[in-house]
Design a protein around this ligand. Sequence first.
Ligand code: CS2
Length: 458
Amino acid sequence: MTRLSLTNLPVVPAVDPHALSVGIVHLGLGAFHRAHQAVVTERAAVATGETRWGIAGVSQRSATVRDQLAPQDGLYSVLERGLGDPTVQVVGSIRDVLTAPEDPDAVVARIADPAVTVVTLTVTEKGYRASGTGLNLDDPEIQADLTGRPPRTVVGQLVAGIARREEPLTIVSCDNLVANGPFLRKLVTDYFDALGKVPETFEATRFPASMVDRIVPATTEDDRAEAARLLGVRDEAVVVAEPFLQWVIENDFAGDRPAWERGGAVLTTDVAPWEQAKLRMLNATHSMLAYLGALRGYETIAEAVRDEELSRLSQALMTDDVVPTLTPPDGLDLTAYGASVLERFANPALKHRTRQVAMDGSVKLPVRMLGTVRDRLAAGAEPRTISLAVAAWMVYVLRTPDLDDPQADKLKAAVAGVSEPAKVVDALLAVDSVFTPDLRDSAVFRELLVEHVSALAT
Ligand code: CS2
């Protein structure tokens, strides 16, 4: 079957890709970006007719995405799987693809390009190489970048790019982190401090916060076959997504930006309430379903949430533990939001694997669960269901031989030879890159964890 490309275009992208010039650099060219910011950027270009917001995408690790996209002139399709028949749309907003390890200087040059005014990032929680709220200066890759080699880390790339610019830049984190904009600013500041020199342009660099939401499971061979059937050509770079898409961005830019609001995004002065609701309701429940679901042998999130008990627990997590900690953003009804989250999880066409959501727990838990635990304990409440979610992660760590987590070795070492529930809890609570002292020292939290781990272990 012929391959998707500019000369083989069964579904014409909404904007002529030939006409687009690069104005955005995106770090972390995974499926999520291609199903989210790249789509909104293209919709904005259609609505405004502006042609200067093509994207130069950077893969941080492997050349896989470049090898998929280069023969296709950067084109790929989004296969939308909702309750009806799947639909497919070709996206043309990615105009250049770089693989950072192959040519780190090219990445810096792109960030420094005066035509580029915005850098966006989806590099996952672990990609920030943070320790607590600061940059992890013990990270060997950060240390190597600090010696002045062409940078390989995300923060190193940003710093080198900023240092070479004369015009200010806006850097938009699109990862599931608390206050992702200020957090990234702090990491970049830490790096400049470690270098001992801060360029004048850094002052004017903006780091707006943003909240992103769309469920994007890993693409399977079935998805590629389905897309080929719908397109009539083969697309090696298909991404799969649910119909839902949300992007809330703090309107704090140093220079020009795409009119993302014309592409469906919400530009606002305060992202925090949106982000908190999303991380604590959607992501925490997702993780709980992933751990409890995997422990019960469910392959997918949809199967897990269709289990009556797990569905009831998901509801309880949101209603009893999370909602009391939230101040909803204007116009968001938390009860309706919770119900819509569970409906989205139940979408049987998505086949989002519990294993995929379960990965990287050591960096996800602090962001999506532990704030809720902390707030409920401070309010004198007993956070029962959120503790069950944390306990499920603990048992998952204990039981999963090939744990997919940046701290897998440390976690596995902590529980090696340990099986008694109280000892498992203490061993994992002692991992200080996950649990802060206030949580470790809470007798209420510890007791709940021991109770749940005991129940789950039998
Ligand atoms: C998921 C998220 O893998 C995970 O940890 O919870 O990727 C989730 O699907 C997205 O945040 C939805 O917007």
